[in-house]
Design a protein around this ligand. Structure first.
Ligand code: ADP
Ligand code: ZN
Ligand code: ZN
Length: 747
């Protein structure tokens, strides 16, 4: 019999307990098992195995207590030793425990107390060809002998390797046709768990496009990269970066290696998945927070057990997938701050983890962006480890669209007080007759969507957080208030609680207000709204984009996510209302992020036959970000920004670390914060680091919990002056939580 040590969630770093494989499950190292601990079912990881009774007993010792059995084997070989070593190194780097890191890496529900319910999987018919060992000629002859529709279906099945019956039916192959092939022994049908997202068409774009010279050069340069190396692909919007990713992926697959394609937001997943499925068919899987728990587990399992190489498209947490061998990781839009996880612990940046992953486990990293982050730009060789490749021309013959700045101060002086300037109105009005489309960005912070009293200025706050509630819902009378931090909901009241005034009407949410104005002033313009309220649900993004792409609207009005990644040839105008909401933020990276977003948005226009144009409304036309937007010289901006930060000793020319505390009592949390500060002060002094705070967090209360923070600042490249392991937590009261965020993005 075998005795095993199982690592279970107990305390901050987990603890191992010994069980016996008395049910003969054949449990081995790295397996995920279910056991009970004091009567509670728990899932844990097997970290040691040995024959029973091998722990030597001295004569006279009492016999060991009978061990409890391992109750179930949930996943064999869930954790591979080399992968685990990489993960442990990342835990040290993120100042979190190895257990928490592992728990964050595994699919939700795998490690810990919540036993995943075996949910009834929705199943669909899967159809695949029965491959007889015949050469292509013989197969062609056999197909000739078939009725034409059956032959077409057979050929399609062979090309895609198998697909869902639902999809075949959508493509015009009826059930009787499928049955006929099955009867002939040329296809087989089975029930399989339904896939994560709407099914897309069978692979129809197998070879890919002929690359341009520039694209070919990138491919060749990347081929020169050693394993463990990384490269920045700096390509203007529409220069064909995605096509390069796909062709690099094809090379890896051909060499028998897996590929990971990461994108910052789930909103960008559907179109990337569609593009990948058209190229690689059923080899493409998804892994992101939009997937159901069961689907994530399924992708994880297939990654562990894959016999043929896979392409997985996902968001930041997909960087942990146990794909082996992994040939390529692509981080598209590498500058995007969504790659950083801020809470809960571990606070990690997918870009750092990806680079460390290829260094530890092999493979190569490609970072793609039209507007690389300052951090990445500073990592370019010869000073840093990243090679550089550029795509300087757009695929369409169109140059990057010119940017026109509309000075809203002048609009005001002319007595024009509308949200939308006259120039923009004129431009929008002619869209329909020209068969063109526009995207209009309404920066989230640009408008107040909260409920305020116009008599006394009172703003309705969340009762649990120190923030204003925002107005949701589109029709007057059917609106409600919601807190973006804790999801508290409340009704819209008719009068001010403070002064009783009735001048208390809610503003619509930013996008919606713009939509209403446009609808009023430009009759006949068809509008579509693209924001958190309208893209909800599983396929919300895809549905709206498909509607827009199909020409069901002339203008897409939306928030930040509108700027990212969409490739729509009929869009000739990209506009920003109130760029000011992006410019004036008290954050170190405000300028960089504003320019990245605006350049991204500009990149949506003029991707097809017709030239594009960008209109930017602002009250600060002389702001450096606006200047660089107009001249389009992003690299010049990076140089200026580097000088500023270098002279002021700011990140990344220094290092920062944010310690966030939260607890139910205001005074208890404040006390814990100052106790922690006193503990750290000598460590900071010794390492030449500065300690700022403790101070209340910018939003001092969220969901009824008080929040305090400590900010540490130190020399570039130095280690954080924190004690190792879990020592930091030991001094804290049990109800105060602490998160360590090394290299925080928002400063
Ligand atoms: P990016 O990712 O840089 O914004 P995409 O890869 O989306 O650019 O390419 C922009 C458009 O050009 C897409 O519609 C794509 O299908 C097309 N495209 C890319 N490469 C080629 C090529 N070599 N030949 C023809 N069309 C291409
Ligand atoms: Zn009032
Ligand atoms: Zn709240």
């Amino acid at each position: 019999m075998t005795e095993v040590d199982v690592w279970l969630e107990a305390g901050r770093d987990g603890r191992s307990f010994t069980y016996s494989d008395s049910r003969g499950l054949g449990v081995g190292l790295g397996d995920l098992v279910r056991v009970s601990l004091r009567g509670r079912p728990l899932q844990g990881l097997v970290i040691a195995c040995r024959p029973s009774g091998s722990m030597l007993l001295s004569p006279g010792d009492p016999p060991p207590p009978a061990l409890q059995p391992v109750e179930a084997l949930l996943q064999r070989a869930a954790v591979e030793p080399r992968w685990r070593q990489w993960l442990d190194a990342m835990a040290v780097r993120c100042h979190t425990s190895a257990f928490r890191m592992l728990k964050a890496a595994l699919p939700p529900g795998w490690l810990g107390q919540r036993v995943a319910r075996p949910s009834a999987a929705r199943e669909l018919w899967w159809v695949e060809p029965v491959l007889q060992p015949v050469d292509a000629d013989t197969r062609a002859q056999a197909e000739m002998a078939l009725p034409p529709r059956q032959a077409a279906l057979h050929a399609a099945l062979i090309q895609c390797g198998g697909t869902w019956q639902r999809q075949l039916q959508a493509d015009g192959f009826g059930p009787h046709l499928i049955q006929a092939l099955v009867r002939r022994g040329l296809a087989r049908r089975e029930r399989r768990p339904a896939p994560a997202l709407a099914i897309t068409s069978v692979a129809s774009d197998v070879g890919g496009r002929t690359l341009t010279d520039e694209q070919q050069q990138v491919l060749d340069a990347f081929a020169q990269q050693p394993s463990g190396g990384g490269m920045l692909l700096w390509g203007v919007t529409g220069s064909g970066k995605t096509e390069v990713y796909l062709q690099l992926a094809a090379r890896e697959l051909a060499a028998g290696r897996h590929v990971l394609l990461l994108t910052p937001e789930i909103g960008l997943i559907p179109q990337l998945v569609d593009r990948c499925r058209r190229r690689f068919g059923s080899q493409v899987l998804e892994y992101h927070s939009g997937c159901r728990e069961r689907e994530r587990v399924l992708t994880w399992r297939r990654s562990l057990e894959a016999e043929t190489p896979l392409v997985v498209v996902g968001t930041r947490s997909a960087v942990f997938l146990p794909l082996e061998p992994l040939g390529l990781i692509v981080l598209d839009e590498e500058h995007d701050s969504s790659y950083k996880q801020e809470s809960p612990m571990p606070c990690y940046h997918a870009r750092d983890l990806a680079l460390e992953r290829v260094r530890h486990l092999g493979g190569r990293l490609l970072l793609g962006s039209a507007t690389p982050s300052l951090e990445t730009w500073l990592q370019l060789s010869p000073a840093g480890p990243l090679a550089l490749a550029r795509l300087s021309r757009r695929i369409s013959s169109q140059p990057l669209p010119p940017v026109h700045v509309i000075d809203m101060r002048a609009e005001l002086q002319d007595g024009h007080r509308r949200l939308i300037s006259r120039a923009l109105m004129d431009r929008l009005a002619v869209l329909p007759e020209r068969g063109e489309q526009a995207v209009v960005l309404v920066p989230r912070r640009g408008y107040s969507s909260f409920l305020s009293c116009r008599s006394c200025g009172e703003v309705v706050q969340c009762p649990h957080c120190d923030v204003a509630l925002t107005v949701h819902g589109s029709q007057p009378g059917r609106q409600w208030l919601r807190c973006h931090w804790c999801d508290h909901r409340a009704e819209v009241e008719a009068s001010c609680r403070h002064c009783g005034s009735l001048a208390f009407k809610p503003f619509g949410a930013g996008t919606q207000r713009v939509l209403e104005q446009l609808a009023q002033e430009l009759e006949g313009l068809r509008l579509l709204r693209f924001d958190r309220d309208t893209t909800g649900g599983r396929d919300g993004h895809r549905r709206l984009l498909e509607q827009f792409a199909a020409g069901e609207a002339d203008v897409l009005v939306g928030t930040q996510m509108l700027a990212k990644g969409m490739d729509l040839p009929r869009v000739t105008l990209a506009a920003v209302l109130a760029a000011d909401g992006l410019l004036h933020r008290p954050d170190l990276r405000a300028g960089e992020q504003a320019l990245q977003l605006l350049l991204q948005l500009a990149g949506r226009a003029g991707r097809g036959e017709k030239p594009g144009q960008v209109l930017v409304q602002t009250y600060s036309p002389d702001h450096p970000v606006i200047r660089h937007l107009v001249d389009g010289r992003y690299e010049r901006f990076l140089e200026e920004e580097r000088t500023v930060r270098q002279q002021a000793g700011l990140v990344p020319f220094s290092r920062a670390c944010l310690l966030r505390l939260s607890g139910p009592s205001a005074s208890g949390t404040a006390t814990a914060a100052s106790v922690l500060a006193e503990r750290l002060r000598p460590l900071c002094a010794a390492a030449d680091w500065q300690l700022l705070g403790p101070a209340p967090a910018p939003v001092a209360r969220v969901a009824g919990r008080s929040r305090w923070q400590l900010l540490l600042h130190g020399p570039q490249g130095s280690d954080l002056p924190l004690p190792a392991g879990t020592a930091l937590w030991e001094a804290l009261p049990a109800d105060v939580a602490l998160a360590v965020d090394p290299d925080p993005l928002a400063l």
